[in-house]
Design a protein around this ligand. Structure first.
Ligand code: ADP
Length: 697
């Protein structure tokens, strides 16, 4: 039987798999492939979009440079003479201010010599400005010569000063006057008259600041540096630092066109003084801080100056440098020189001289390229990198996953041959599945799978139930037939023996008659049960409710059992100590209930032979209980025994004859009386079935 059930269940599962699960899996595979195709299509579309965006970015950058270069060309044409002096500071500065991508402007001579025109340079590569003219000396030079001897050979400082002073009154050039005043200040310092020296340096600063001595040292610079040092000597640290800071400001503004050694010596002197004043106290703290800030700014500018000046160091032809810009007609070149990379533009207006721009590559990368990418493409859908022609990454967005495959777009040939790599922010398969057109199919598929899973569960559940019921019904028929057969056989055998006069003993005859009576009563009880059960199942059972006394009915029924049970060795105790009020009930039905319960108590008592029946008054009506001390019922089976054909699956109970309809009849009769059943039972200790019936229905 069990085997058949398992086979049937297996069959259902196999049909289910073949008819539903298998097609579902095929559908699933098709849906998966569909989404994969969608994803590939999406990637192709993305690839095209990236190509377009890359092109647009390239064009935009190109346009930016065109504007710069056109303005530059216009500036060259608008000048009358093809001369490098035609660029005044302001013109140059205005161009750099408008286009910060320009780092420098240069002129290329016929001999391919580069001259820089930037005023932003801290120092230049220029040679001496006012070189000596040699013999014969001018009168001023003769004075200087004499005073120089007095000062440096004879150490006659006062006389030297007097000589300079007398010379000042004469008809001298501004250069000479500047030099005389500088010498006077120097001598005042030597004579230990710092205040006077400072005064002289101040007038030097005001009147001869732009006079260069010894070829390339501006007097303004000497005046500020020297007076700063004099203040330091006089322990006036505040004045000293203020003076130096003003000097640093002027150096930073490229006030004078100085050479590198003048720049370097001056900066070193100031740094030296700063380190001396490190612990000078709170009052100089902020001035010292300003000084450090200025020095830091100067350091950055110094790097820029060094970078630009490297170009001027040797003679070469820009056009012959190995450039990484494919399109020569753009006149842009990107090349390396002395370890630096230069991105330049050469204006082709040759009749105006060869002029060029040096582009600021940092600005180009961060402000032009990066800003253009942000402006044109939607960065939320991709990450990007910019690689140079060797493949090294120069710039990138964050969080690029290492296994992503990029879409590569080259910048246009007129720009450096760099590559933009776009990395689509790839969706997980599942999320792209949900987001793409396949998504709706996914949800439908999911729904179908859920429905099918529920379907399978309910089918198995129902089939299981049906199989169980069928098994119970067939058990029922077997047991009922058996129950019918044994009393009938007994009755027939005894009746035959009596009929044939084979029982001569009167006592034995009596015993046979009473046995026949008992067995036929058992038969009719069984038939009553079956008939009632089938009526109740069909809803056709009619109850005959009448007023009566339950205690009396219980007593009568118990008495009718007494004799039969005593024969079997049972002790049936009736507990009827209370006065029980009359109530409304169906007498026959209640009798049947009691019969069934006492019958069960008897059947499942095992070795214990005591049964107690009790009638008492309770709040909600009248209670009738039938208690035994037999095998008891497992907790988890206590509810199930009230269902049809159910027989508790214990080995012992299976040996006991039964049909599995006794308790369902009890339950239905009690429910028809609007009463309730309570069961207290413990395995091995016995069971107590308590019925509570209301007084009125
Ligand atoms: P049955 O004809 O099998 O007795 P019932 O419907 O009367 O059918 O009872 C259902 C099942 O309940 C029984 O098979 C038995 O396992 C269990 N049962 C009923 N009464 C008792 C009892 N007094 N003690 C132990 N088990 C009982």
């Amino acid at each position: 039987m069990k085997k058949r059930r398992v086979i049937q269940r297996k069959k259902i599962i196999i049909y289910y798999v073949l008819a539903i699960v298998f097609p579902c899996i095929i559908l699933g595979i098709l849906a998966y492939r569909g989404v994969k195709n969608d994803q590939a299509l999406l990637e192709r579309e993305q690839g095209l979009t990236f190509q377009e965006s890359g092109q647009e970015i390239s064009n935009e950058i190109e346009a930016h440079f065109r504007v710069v270069e056109k303005s530059f060309d216009k500036l060259i044409i608008s000048r009358p003479k093809p001369d490098k002096d035609l660029f005044s500071d302001s013109v140059l500065n205005s161009l750099i201010t408008i286009f910060p991508v320009i780092e420098g402007i240069f002129h290329l001579s016929d001999k391919n010599k580069v001259s820089l025109l930037n005023q932003g340079l801290l120092y230049g590569s220029q040679k001496s400005k006012g070189s000596k003219s040699g013999y014969p000396f001018t009168p001023a030079e003769q004075t200087l010569e004499r005073a120089w001897k007095l000062e440096f050979i004879q150490n006659e400082y006062s006389k030297a000063i007097d000589l300079y002073r007398s010379a000042l009154g004469g008809n001298n050039t501004i250069q000479d006057q500047g030099e005389f005043n500088n010498a006077i200040a120097r001598l005042q310092k030597k004579l230990g008259r710092p205040k006077e020296a400072i005064k002289t340096y101040n007038s030097l600063l005001n009147n001869y600041s732009d006079v260069f001595i010894q070829g390339d040292i501006p007097l303004g610079m000497i005046a500020l540096l020297e007076s700063g040092l004099l203040y330091l000597e006089m322990k006036d640290t505040i004045q000293c630092l203020e003076t130096f800071n003003s000097l640093l400001n002027q150096i930073m503004d490229s006030r004078w066109s100085i050479n590198h050694s003048t720049f370097y010596n001056t900066i070193s002197k100031i740094k030296e003084t700063n380190s001396l004043l490190e612990d000078a106290g709170a009052e100089v703290e902020s001035l010292l801080k300003d000084s450090k800030m200025l020095l830091e700014n100067i350091r950055v500018l110094e790097q820029k100056s060094a970078y630009l000046l490297t170009l001027t160091n040797k003679t070469w032809s820009i056009q012959s440098e190995q450039s990484s810009i494919a399109d020569n007609s753009s006149n842009r070149y990107l090349f390396n020189n002395n370890g630096n990379s230069y991105f330049v533009f050469l204006s082709m207006l040759e009749e105006h001289g060869q002029w060029g721009l040096i582009y600021n590559q940092e600005y180009f990368l961060h402000n032009i390229i990066h800003t253009t990418i942000r402006k044109i493409a939607d960065e939320s859908i991709f990450n990007w990198e910019l690689a140079d022609n060797y493949g090294s990454i120069m710039l990138n967005s964050e969080n690029i996953s290492s296994n992503a495959i990029p879409v590569k777009v080259m910048l246009s040939p007129s720009l450096p041959s760099w590559t933009l790599l776009f990395y689509p922010k790839s969706e997980e398969f599942l999320s792209s599945f949900i987001q793409t057109r396949g998504g709706i199919f996914f949800y439908i598929f999911l729904l179908i799978v859920i429905i099918l899973a529920c379907g399978l569960f309910f089918t198995l559940y129902t089939v299981n139930n049906e199989l169980r019921l069928t098994r119970m019904k067939s058990n029922f028929i077997t047991t009922v037939s058996h129950e019918f057969k044994s009393p009938l056989t007994l009755i027939r055998q005894m009746a035959e023996m009596l009929d044939e006069g084979r029982v001569p003993d009167e006592n034995r005859q009596k015993k046979y008659y009473s046995s026949i009576l008992q067995e036929s009563e058992r038969l009719s009880h069984l038939i009553d049960n079956i008939l009632d059960f089938s009526k109740m199942e069909a809803g056709q059972k009619i109850f005959n409710f009448e007023e009566g006394n339950l205690a009396m009915v219980v007593e009568e029924t118990v008495r009718s059992f007494q004799h039969q049970l005593t024969d079997k060795g049972f002790q049936l105790k009736l507990n009827l100590h209370e006065v029980i009020p009359d109530s409304i009930f169906d007498k026959e039905a209640i009798r049947q209930v009691l019969q069934n319960l006492i019958d069960n108590a008897c059947k499942y008592s095992d070795d214990s032979k005591i049964i107690e029946v009790k009638v008492s008054k309770v709040d909600s009506g009248i209670s009738i209980s039938v208690k035994d001390f037999g095998i008891g019922i497992k907790k988890d089976e206590q509810d199930k025994i009230f269902s049809r054909f159910y027989r508790a699956g214990d080995e012992l109970t299976q040996k006991v004859k039964g049909s599995g309809i006794g308790l369902i009849i009890v339950k239905q009769i009690v429910e028809a009386h609007k009463g309730a059943i309570k069961l207290k039972s413990e395995l091995g200790k016995g069971s107590d079935f308590q019925l509570i019936l209301p007084l009125k229905i």
